[in-house]
Ligand binder design. Structure first.
Ligand code: ZN
Length: 66
């Protein structure tokens, strides 16, 4: 149940390196996550494997859970 309410936490992206496990700060801008990974690759030309992590806020609605 994706949270689409106005006060929902942001959807965030991070693309950590799967070789050395370093990562940038999660950002609600995918471009920021992509830029981190690109910069990391340039600094570490042998780190080719990344793992995109998308954090999607979810919310239950009170009511009938039975
Ligand atoms: Zn790395």
């Amino acid at each position: 149940m994706p949270d689409t309410e106005p006060d929902a936490e942001p959807l965030t992206f991070a693309i950590p390196c799967a070789v050395c496990e370093q990562t940038g700060e999660p950002s609600d801008d995918h471009g920021v996550a992509h830029a981190w990974a690109t910069g990391h690759l340039k600094a570490n030309p042998e780190h080719f494997i990344y793992r995109e992590i998308i954090t999607r806020p979810c919310r239950f609605k009170p009511g009938a859970w039975k």
